[in-house]
Design a protein around this ligand. Structure first.
Ligand SMILES: *Cc1c(COP(=O)(O)O)cnc(C)c1O
Length: 355
């Protein structure tokens, strides 16, 4: 079976050497040496000031909302994975959907302002498929109304914009290190911020609200990453160059074989190559469904990332026409380290027959 993605597995003996160290030290979790090492290496790999590793990307979002005291309403995108919205609802924050741009698939900055109310406390944009949002416009709107900005950057690991990490924008950005993501720690995630105070608050919150001094200064939760997960992260991080190279060459092969009727996400020239997903926009939902069933007959399973549009699930009104339309026609094609290129040709040939 050819799935849309496959977790990357590093050299097993390297992972076992880390497990040996964990058994020697006896420290399995609670801000252990491997979590510390991973955070330091991620700071330099990504080029950011603070990386706080957590148990998963959903908790990264929830902790970020708590740390920045988000409440009432938050303006967000309907075109994302469910967790962007479900975490808001879980925290008692009402997601207010603003429609996307039909070409970039990100929040259309021209529409955001009309959704600001006296209850709005934040904007939660997503760099969808790693594509940087219009960060300058979003910053202007946030400044004008005194709103916090948290980027759900779960797809934007390693993405650079105008020569710097895209994770530097907003008050905080969050990452997911789930097994299926570009970089992973089995389950895991991180909060990225340039602000020392926020970083300290996040560290307290993920550890039951216990501060450095040992007293409980705020309401916290348990969102800690453990040492076995950090060990996986350290191994995968060593192999990023080879993972990136493999994915880039698969994308190049797709572009070579796909018909010109297939549309791609519009990405600013100042952005580094996007390699987390390979989304294509098809001419109609019926063409998409036909392609999905023809691929399934070959045991090739792409995914409808992201369908349905989240406003339909969490708002019932289905208020975002562009997102609803785009989400019906987007398909993410298989993309992972080591995918045999012969399948790329097969997939492209099937798409050519239909679209
Ligand atoms: C994967 C993902 C998440 C959730 O991350 P988990 O680590 O699976 O909890 C959140 N937002 C987006 C956009 C994602 O793709």
């Amino acid at each position: 079976m050819i799935p849309v993605t496959k977790p990357y597995l590093p050299d097993q003996s390297k992972y076992q050497a880390y497990v040996g160290k964990i058994f020697d030290s006896g420290q399995l979790t609670n801000n252990g040496p491997l979590v510390n090492a991973l955070e330091q290496r991620l700071c330099s790999y990504l080029g950011v000031k603070h990386v706080i590793c957590v148990a998963n990307g959903s908790l990264a979002l929830q902790v970020a909302y708590k740390a920045l005291e988000i409440e009432g309403e938050a303006i967000t995108t309907p075109f994302s994975f469910a967790a962007t919205s479900s975490t808001l609802v879980w925290e008692g924050i009402k997601p207010i959907y603003s429609d996307i741009d039909a070409d970039t698939f990100n929040l259309d900055p021209a529409l955001i302002e009309s959704h600001v109310s006296c209850k709005t406390s934040a904007i939660i944009p997503v760099h969808v498929f790693g594509n940087p949002c219009n960060v300058e416009e979003i910053r202007n709107i946030a400044n004008k109304y005194g709103l916090k900005v948290i980027y759900d950057a779960a797809h934007a690991f390693g993405v650079r914009y105008k020569g710097e990490s895209i994770l530097k924008y907003g008050d905080m950005s969050t990452l997911s290190f789930h097994a299926t993501k570009l970089f992973h720690t089995i389950e895991g995630g991180a909060i990225i911020t340039g602000c020392d105070k926020y970083a300290e608050k996040v560290r307290d919150i993920i550890n039951f609200g216990i501060s450095k001094s040992g007293s409980i200064g705020c309401i916290g939760t348990n969102a800690k990453m453990n040492e076995f997960e950090a060990a996986m992260g350290l191994c995968v991080l060593d192999d990023m160059e080879k993972i990136i190279k493999s994915r880039k060459s698969i994308i190049k092969e797709y572009i070579k074989h796909l018909p010109s009727s297939v549309k791609f996400q519009k990405v600013d020239d100042d952005t580094s190559d996007l390699i987390s997903y390979f989304p294509i926009l098809l001419s109609s939902e019926s063409a998409l469904l036909e392609i999905v069933s023809k691929l399934a007959a070959e045991n090739i399973i792409p995914r409808r990332y992201f369908y349905p549009s989240l406003d339909v699930i969490y708002d019932k009104m289905g208020v975002c026409d562009i997102s609803n339309e785009i989400s019906r026609r987007i398909l993410c094609l298989p993309l992972y380290y080591g995918l045999d290129k012969k399948y790329v040709k097969t997939i492209a040939d099937i798409i050519k027959q239909v679209n």
